[in-house]
Write a protein that binds this ligand. Structure first.
Ligand code: HEC
Length: 123
């Protein structure tokens, strides 16, 4: 009879140890999610600043009658297409052979182009 009580007691302790741990784990990730959301209400648009980033850094080669790599980036839909279906983001962020040649875009300009995509290509 005494053995039976001990087993019951151990089971009881074990149950509580487990359930307490699960509760703590449930709480932890919520705090991390709440920390995200920095700058959420500022959407990036083509009209500003994307158009001028591209025009200042790309159009000398990627526009006109015979654009380099046959890639014309001088309007909204061509630029969107080069990101959606081409390798534009890979090329501006590449370690070697990046675009524009010999003159890598600033980190903030590259982040803006990625953000324009993430925000849904607003005009
Ligand atoms: C000095 C001229 C020049 C400038 C400025 C320039 N490019 Fe290029 N670009 C080229 C040439 C030449 C190629 C083809 C050779 C290659 O892929 O490296 C090319 C290729 C590319 C390609 C690959 C196309 C494909 O079909 O694989 C992308 C994407 C690109 N450029 C994007 C850009 C972007 C975006 C900018 C501005 C941020 C830019 N380029 C600025 C000359 C330029």
């Amino acid at each position: 009879m005494n053995n039976c009580k001990i087993i019951l007691f151990i089971t009881f302790i074990f149950f509580f140890a487990c359930s307490e741990k699960e509760n703590n784990e449930d709480l932890a990730p919520k705090e991390v999610v709440d920390d995200q959301g920095e700058g959420e209400d500022t959407k990036t648009k083509y009209s500003s600043p994307i158009k001028s980033i591209i025009s200042n850094n790309c159009l000398s080669c990627h526009s006109g009658n015979s654009p380099k790599a046959n890639l014309d980036l001088s309007n909204y839909s061509n630029l969107k297409d080069a990101i959606e279906n081409g390798n534009l983001l890979e090329r501006i962020n590449a370690e070697t052979n990046f675009m524009p040649p010999n003159n890598k875009l600033s980190t903030s300009n590259r982040e803006l182009i990625s953000k324009w995509k993430d925000d849904g290509y607003l005009e």
